[in-house]
Write a protein that binds this ligand. Structure first.
Ligand SMILES: [Zn+2]
Length: 137
């Protein structure tokens, strides 16, 4: 494939993949729960910590029904901008200079609502804005 680079203009919020990681305490076995660290019957830990992603960023590689997608900061990066990808320069088929029309206040208001709905508590108004995301692979 070789080298490729592109620049995305995205209106949205910056997130880290690890922000979506949620740890839960779950029982380590099915025996009776005691205050001991390990189960007296089978020796397994009484409680274990299991982690899971509360949100699958892979679902947003293609835009969802609201047009929202996740754009990676780099191919190995933990950082993404989630929002509307309104312009894409570079890469094989894209222009080097692109005129981007300003979104209307209504479009911005709808986007903020959609992002809040999508991200819940991870939506941060302070991180909402216009991002230029440069991607290399
Ligand atoms: Zn047990």
């Amino acid at each position: 494939m070789g080298y490729s680079a592109s620049s995305h203009i995205v209106i949205g919020v910056r997130v880290r993949r690890k922000d979506f990681f949620v740890e839960k305490k779950v029982r380590g076995c099915r025996h009776q729960n005691t205050k001991d660290k390990f189960c007296a019957e089978c020796g397994k830990p009484t409680w274990e910590t299991k982690g899971n992603y509360s949100f699958n960023l892979g679902d947003l590689w293609e835009p969802n029904e609201d047009g929202i997608s996740a754009v990676a900061g780099n191919c190995e990066s933990d950082e993404y901008v989630i929002g509307l990808d309104i312009g894409n320069c570079g890469g094989y088929d894209n222009p080097n200079i692109l005129l981007i029309k300003m979104p209307s206040d209504e479009q911005i208001a709808k986007l903020k609502k959609d992002l809040e709905k999508l991200l819940g508590g991870l939506y941060d108004e302070n991180k909402f804005g216009l991002y230029n995301v440069f991607y290399e692979s």
